[in-house]
Design a protein around this ligand. Structure first.
Ligand code: HXC
Length: 257
């Protein structure tokens, strides 16, 4: 492990990134964010990895950006740091990312969770954007991704007050895919991720890409994009295998080619 603020591991087709500054509830400093992206990009290019898991060590997913680090910067520092390019890189990860949240996912950590493709949470999870109470606002996509996900009404309410969103509420609003008790969260996520890892990887890639298109393009543009990806899948061996297996009434064996 060459990283200072995260732990990484690979087990079979699953890669795991764990935020690891538990003494400050995994507060995201800039180096941690860079490390997360470096690890994600490495796993994205590893042929054996099919799914990336992202979780937090200790009692929380993470309590947001590192306030100690932010307290002394001014606008020009922020402009010159250009730190959000790291966040833009998350959108370019092609493999599915599952966020695994327990405890707090606040501020930048909620933004990180919203960058994941699927979100599983423990029943003790609490989400929220407390930035307003520090006299700032979200800067890594929070106002945009939350609004696109739950609509303007709740986004305004939550962002204006910094209110905590319970795990149950997050599930009701479609922020979270699945709620699981804290004790078995990781075990259940791994089981699920292993089934996802058996799906044809190139289909999964193109589906992810097409769904993300729908989030910020017109229906027309999205449909053109979907169509191209649909056609492209007909040059894969997995398409031949999937259809052959159906006709032969057996289970397909996908190879990611
Ligand atoms: C730096 C933090 C931190 C943070 C917690 N800690 N959150 N340090 N940045 N975001 C530190 C505390 O100072 C404390 O250190 C230790 O972690 C444990 O935290 P406690 O506060 O003692 O725990 P608890 O009483 O359980 O309260 C948990 C909490 C609270 C409610 C989550 O820590 C909290 O309000 N944290 C800040 C949440 C926040 O405002 N996040 C948004 C940041 S702005 P010591 O040394 O005292 O033990 C943001 C902008 C994103 O995210 C912009 C894009 C990147």
């Amino acid at each position: 492990n060459t990283f200072q603020y995260i732990l990484t591991s690979i087990e079979g087709p699953l890669a795991h990134i764990q935020l690891n500054r538990p003494n400050v509830l995994n507060a995201l400093n800039r180096q941690m964010v860079t490390e997360i992206l470096t690890a994600m990009e490495k796993f994205d290019r590893s042929p054996d990895v099919h799914v990336i898991l992202l979780s937090g060590a200790g009692r929380a997913f993470a309590a947001g950006a590192d306030i100690d680090e932010m307290a002394t910067v001014n606008s020009t520092d922020l402009e010159l740091l250009n730190q959000f390019t790291d966040w833009d890189r998350i959108a370019w990860i092609k493999k599915p990312i599952i966020g695994v949240v327990h405890g707090f996912a606040l501020g930048g950590a909620f933004e990180l969770a919203l960058c994941c493709d699927l979100l599983w949470a423990a029943d003790d999870a609490e989400f929220g954007f407390p930035e307003v109470n520090l006299g700032i606002m979200p800067g890594a996509g929070g106002t945009q991704r939350l609004t696109k996900l739950v609509g303007k009404t709740k986004a305004m309410e939550w962002l204006f007050t910094g209110a905590r969103i319970t795990a149950k509420e997050a599930a009701q609003f479609g922020i979270v895919n699945k709620l699981v008790s804290k004790e078995v969260l990781m075990e259940e996520v791994i089981k699920y991720a292993l089934t996802l890892a058996k799906q044809p990887p190139i289909s999964i890639r193109y589906i992810k890409e097409a769904v993300l298109k729908a989030v910020d393009h017109s229906l027309y543009e999205g449909m053109q994009f979907e169509r191209k990806n649909f056609s492209l899948l007909f040059s894969t061996e997995d398409q031949k295998e999937g259809m052959k297996a159906f006709i032969e009434k057996r289970k397909p064996d996908f190879r990611g080619k």
